[in-house]
Design a protein around this ligand. Structure first.
Ligand code: ATP
Ligand code: LTN
Length: 335
C-alpha cells in the first residue's frame, strides 16, 4: 500500500448474478481508480445472508463474482480483492458499532423498508442492522472514498454519522468517508418498470440484463423493454422513464451525451434505438464473459487471489480494530 494515496473501499453482495446496473453504477467507476488510489474491493457475502440463500449456490456465486471482478478489469496486482467473511474484523467491528447506532436511525433506511416488504416472511435482525455491517466494512480501512450507486447514499450518511458519534466520544479513531457517485449510470432502472431500480433479485428476469446473458438474450430483453407511445428519442425522466433509462445506458457505455444521442436517432424509431443499445451492451459484455469463463476454469488461481486478498485485508484492518477495542475498554488479549 502506498501511504500517500487515498483509500477506496466498495463491495457487492453475491446475492445473485450481477446486472448491468451493478456494472454501470459501480464496477465501471472502480476501474479508473485503481492507479490513483489504494483500492479495496470486497465480495460482501455476510451481507448476502440477510436474505435466505441456498448454501451451495452462495458459494458458487461468491467465486463467480470474484472472477467477474477480474474479468471486468479489476487487477489483483493493483487492488485488494477479497471475500468479506475471510476477514473476521468486519463482524467484530459491526458488533461494536451496533452499540453506537440507534434503532430510530435504522428505521429510516429505505432499503430496509423496501426489503422488509419484499421478504415479509423473513424480516430478520440482520436485515435491520445491515447498514452497521456496511459501516464496519468502510471504517475498518480508514476509507476516504466509497464508489457506489445512488441507492447507497443513505447508507453512506449513516456510516458517517456513526463514525462521527464514535469519534466525538473517543477521539479521532475513524476517518470520515465520502460517497463517490458518478453522474451517469448511477441509477439504472428496471427494463420492465422503469420507475424502479434494476435489481439482481427482481423476480422477472426480463427486468434486468445479467452480465452473463448471451447476446440473443440481451437483444430480446432490450426489444421487450417498456417505453412510451410518443416514438421520439428524447431525454425526459418524468414523462419518458423507459427511453431515458435506455439513453442513460447508451450514454454510460459510449460516453456520448444525451444531446448527441438525440441527434443520432432523430427520425428513427424505438426499434432501431433499442437494437443499437442492445448491440453496444452485448459488445461490451462479450470480452468480459469470455474472460469470466476462462477464470472459472482456473480454481487454483481464484483461490490464490482470495487467500492473498484476505491476508492483506486482515493486516490493514487489524490496527483499527485493536484501537477500537482499546478505546471502548476491552482488556487487550494476552499472547
Ligand atoms: P439486491 O438486488 O440483491 O439488493 P443490488 O442489485 O441492489 O442487490 P448490491 O450488491 O446491493 O446490488 O449493490 C452493488 C453495487 O451496485 C452498489 O454500489 C449499488 O449502488 C450498485 N447498484 C445496484 N443496482 C444499481 C442500479 N440499478 N443502478 C446503478 N447502480 C446500482
Ligand atoms: N450495501 C451495499 C453493498 C455494500 C457496500 C459495502 C458498498 C456492503 N458493504 C461497503 C460499499 C461499501 C449494497 O447494498 N449495494
Amino acid at each position: 500500500m502506498n501511504q500517500d494515496k487515498k483509500i477506496i473501499f466498495s463491495g457487492i453482495q453475491p446475492s445473485g448474478n450481477l446486472t448491468l446496473g451493478n456494472y454501470l453504477g459501480a464496477i465501471i467507476n472502480w476501474l479508473p481508480l485503481q492507479d490513483e488510489y489504494n483500492c479495496i474491493y470486497s465480495i460482501v457475502d455476510l451481507h448476502a445472508l440477510t436474505v435466505r440463500q441456498v448454501p451451495a449456490e452462495l458459494r458458487k456465486r461468491t467465486r463467480s463474482l470474484l472472477a467477474l471482478y477480474i474479468a471486468c478489469g479489476l487487477d489483483p496486482e493493483k487492488c485488494i480483492l477479497f471475500v468479506q467473511s475471510h476477514n473476521s474484523a468486519h463482524a467484530e467491528l459491526a458488533w461494536i458499532l451496533n452499540c453506537f447506532t440507534y434503532m430510530g436511525e435504522l428505521n429510516r433506511m429505505t432499503q430496509f423498508k423496501e426489503k422488509a416488504q419484499r421478504h415479509s416472511d423473513n424480516i430478520n435482525a440482520g436485515l435491520f442492522t445491515y447498514p452497521v455491517l456496511m459501516a464496519a466494512d468502510i471504517l475498518l480501512y480508514q476509507t476516504d472514498l466509497v464508489p457506489v450507486g445512488d441507492d447507497q447514499r443513505q447508507h453512506l450518511e449513516i456510516t458517517r454519522d456513526i463514525a462521527q458519534r464514535f469519534n466525538n466520544i473517543y477521539g479521532d479513531v475513524f476517518k470520515i468517508p465520502e460517497a463517490y457517485i458518478s453522474k451517469v449510470g448511477a441509477r439504472i432502472m428496471s427494463l420492465q418498470q422503469p420507475e424502479k431500480k434494476m435489481s439482481k433479485s427482481d423476480e422477472n428476469p426480463n427486468a434486468y440484463i445479467n452480465l452473463l446473458d448471451p447476446p440473443d438474450v440481451i437483444i430480446r430483453k432490450f426489444k421487450r423493454a417498456v417505453t412510451d407511445s410518443e416514438a421520439v428519442i428524447r431525454y425526459d425522466v418524468d414523462k419518458k422513464p423507459g427511453i431515458s433509462n435506455l439513453m442513460n445506458i447508451y450514454s454510460s457505455i459510449t460516453g456520448k451525451s444525451f444531446e448527441d444521442i438525440e441527434k443520432e436517432f432523430e427520425g428513427k424509431g424505438y426499434g432501431d434505438f433499442k437494437l443499437a443499445v442492445a448491440e453496444v451492451v452485448a459488445e461490451t459484455l462479450k470480452p468480459i464473459q469470455d474472460k469470466h469463463k476462462e477464470l472459472m476454469a482456473n480454481k487454483d488461481y481464484l483461490d490464490e487471489i482470495m487467500k492473498e486478498g484476505a491476508q492483506r485485508a486482515e493486516r490493514l484492518s487489524y490496527k483499527t480494530l485493536r484501537k477500537v477495542y482499546r478505546k471502548v475498554g476491552l482488556v487487550p488479549k494476552v499472547f
